[in-house]
Write a protein that binds this ligand. Structure first.
Ligand SMILES: [Zn+2]
Length: 331
């Protein structure tokens, strides 16, 4: 049961609809129904977790050129590129999903082991499978700051959560940056570091010939993003990171999101608009001298909640993100 509870990650993929302006009895009934649904879901999911054959559904999307997205309903989205040179994987999910991900890629790769892995950043729903694949011989690459954050975990004050714990078996073994060029299975694989964006350890991945990008957690498609202010994330850097993806993409590029469905640059442009607008709204309240709790009480992002809100990042948490980004009060 523990394995499927919503522990910290940049996932928890539920869309939450706002309950504003409804009679109290409707709100209470909806809460009760939600609670029953969650309890049912948890018991079903726990049963699945003990039975791999009936386990979490993994949705496989063929993006062409032997590139596949492997997606579950939570945890970071994985990509694999399969070919004669071996199996290249982007991100490794949470531990309780890693065998299922490996089984899925083995079905696609004719039972080959994963050779090379890139972690897009250090959050645990993208790196907790590292130890499993390392034991099977995979080499793991990441921006040098991934290792730094794994070795020096910090409490997530913005979320009120303790520091996660990572042992060396999860650490990447090769540092890579924008200068790294990878040629594999007919693809030129380009890496782009976007400083102080989702964290300060982000790389996004471009499969050039295939015109496919894995955006890591610079892309929370159609939902409020988690911006990890405690670990170097900033709203301006996040927007700059999305702009960098748009710059190297075109209208036909398939963009694998860290969380959410496959995106296009139209989705990314919508995220930039939402982030810019919501940032401006919260900044105006801060300039009037309002403290965080007073701003939250006004629910100033309510009109964005239906389209962008979800269980992990509600409109209120988006207010908190902008507040700490603007005031720097977490430092
Ligand atoms: Zn993340």
């Amino acid at each position: 049961m523990n394995a499927i509870l919503p522990v910290f990650s940049c996932s928890d993929d539920f869309i939450v609809k706002p309950l504003a302006r409804q009679p109290l009895w409707i709100v209470i009934m909806k809460k009760v129904i939600q609670l029953i649904a969650i309890l049912c879901w948890c018991s079903v999911a726990a049963a699945h977790n003990h039975d791999k054959e009936k386990g979490f559904d993994i949705k496989i999307t063929d993006l062409g050129s032997r590139i596949f997205e492997l997606r579950t309903d939570r945890s970071g989205n994985v990509a694999v590129l399969i070919g004669e040179d071996g199996v290249f994987m982007v991100d490794t999910k949470m531990e309780h999903l890693v065998e299922l991900i490996d089984d899925a890629q083995k079905k696609l790769s004719d039972n080959r082991e994963v050779n090379l892995i890139l972690n897009t950043h250090f959050h645990r729903d993208h790196v907790r499978g590292n130890a499993y694949f390392k034991r099977r011989g995979a080499v793991i690459m990441a921006h040098p700051n991934v290792r730094h954050y794994l070795e020096n975990p910090k409490a997530l004050k913005m979320l009120g959560r303790d520091a996660p714990s990572f042992t060396p078996e999860y650490y990447p073994t090769i540092d890579v940056t924008d200068d790294t060029s990878i040629k594999m299975n007919g693809q030129s694989i380009e890496l782009y570091h976007t400083p102080n964006a989702h964290t300060n350890s982000d790389l996004f991945v471009v499969f050039k010939e295939a015109n496919v990008i894995h955006g890591g957690d610079l892309v929370f498609n159609r939902r409020f993003p988690f911006i990890d202010i405690d670990n170097g994330g900033t709203v301006a850097g996040y927007i700059a990171g999305i702009k960098k993806i748009i710059e190297v993409a075109n209208a036909d590029t398939k963009i694998i999101a860290g969380h959410g469905p496959i995106a296009t640059i139209v989705d990314l442009e919508a995220s930039i608009r939402m982030l810019s607008e919501t940032h401006k709204i919260i900044k105006a309240f801060i300039e009037k001298g309002l403290p965080l709790e007073a701003i939250k009480a006004l629910n100033p992002l309510s009109r964005y909640a239906e389209k962008w809100g979800w269980a992990f990042i509600s409109a209120e948490r988006m207010v908190t993100t902008h507040y700490y980004d603007i005031t720097g009060m977490l430092e």
